[in-house]
Design a protein around this ligand. Structure first.
Ligand code: ATP
Length: 291
């Protein structure tokens, strides 16, 4: 599968929310989609999920615009926090007919997941707790085995053990049936190990799209005496700085060369890794949030 956005633009009335987005998603990998509240994640995902049409520009899946295209829609599963009011069937009875619309749906796997997430029984989905409803979304998303599978924050209501089960199942099933999986989330530090690639969107624009390893290897924290840290960081891009007494800690964004590492060691500085969550927070800070 091949998702390609070209100058993608979306407006709700006069409000532009996605601006000139250009990106490609090609490989069957797990993509983490990060962005602050209101950055445009759901808006973007709903275009990929054929729920919405772009205002201008283009989003194509395998070269075709997905909106109202039945053939492409069969290949894409978009799970979001659905309102299940009025859903009188139980999880086990719903999954029995999902195969009609989802060509890759695996009923046996769905039933296995229903058991694992403790959703068996006659209770209608409408009467399940919020967390169990979220788990049901996860079951449908995983068992659909769609070549493009999108989870838009569906796991938010789930408790920690249920989320942990989801992450394990996701990794196991992705290894057996590789597909494009897009996870949008605010649980960055909890989920970062799942991501092969990370996309950060900020105020409706793509801020970066890179392999996870490349992103986290770009940032470092440097700790040491104030003067030494200042000397070392003078020509570097500083994302954040903190000071306690004479000890200064800075987060630097950018490649660290061998010469940089040598210079840091000569200055007696300690270099440590930076987490994706820290980088995300720093890269998406608003003007009035800078210290
Ligand atoms: N149906 C709509 N009509 C008008 N404006 C909308 C609509 N849906 C979203 N928006 C606006 O579009 C912008 C992007 O919203 P979107 O829901 O895509 O962001 P998000 O990154 O998913 O946010 P969150 O993390 O809070 O879920 C916001 O300013 C939001 O108010």
């Amino acid at each position: 599968m091949h998702i390609k956005a070209t100058n993608l633009h979306l407006a709700y009335g006069r409000d532009s929310v996605l601006h000139d987005m250009n990106f490609e998603i090609i490989e069957p990998k797990i993509y983490g989609l990060l962005g602050r509240n209101g950055a445009g994640k759901t808006s973007l995902l709903s275009i990929i999920g054929s729920f919405r049409e772009a205002t201008s520009g283009d989003l194509r899946i395998n070269g075709v615009a997905p909106f109202e295209n039945a053939q492409i829609m069969q290949e894409v599963t978009f799970m979001y926090n659905k309102d299940f009011t009025g859903e009188t069937d139980s999880p086990s009875s719903i999954v029995k007919y999902l195969g009609r619309y989802r060509p890759h749906f695996d009923l046996e796997y769905a039933m296995e997941l229903i058991k694992k997430f403790k959703l068996a029984g006659k209770k209608s989905v409408a009467k399940l707790s919020k967390g169990k409803q979220s788990a049901f979304n996860v079951v449908v998303g995983l068992a659909s085995r769609s070549p493009i599978t999108i989870f838009d924050e569906v796991y938010l209501g789930m408790d920690a053990p249920a989320r942990d089960l989801f992450y394990k199942e996701l990794l196991k099933d992705q290894e057996l049936h590789p597909r494009i999986i897009i996870l949008s989330t605010h649980l960055v530090s909890e989920m970062d190990y799942l991501f092969d690639e990370v996309m950060i969107i900020h105020e409706g624009r793509i801020l970066l799209q890179e392999p996870y390893d490349a992103i986290v290897s770009r940032g470092v924290t440097v700790v040491g005496s104030k003067d030494s840290v200042d000397r070392f960081a003078a020509d570097k891009e500083i994302l954040n700085e903190e000071q306690l007494g004479d000890t200064r800690s800075v987060t630097i964004y950018g490649e660290m060369s061998e010469a940089d590492r040598l210079a840091a060691s000569e200055l007696g500085l300690t270099i440590g890794p930076v987490s994706l969550q820290d980088l995300f927070i720093q890269l998406t800070k608003e003007e009035d949030e800078h210290a």
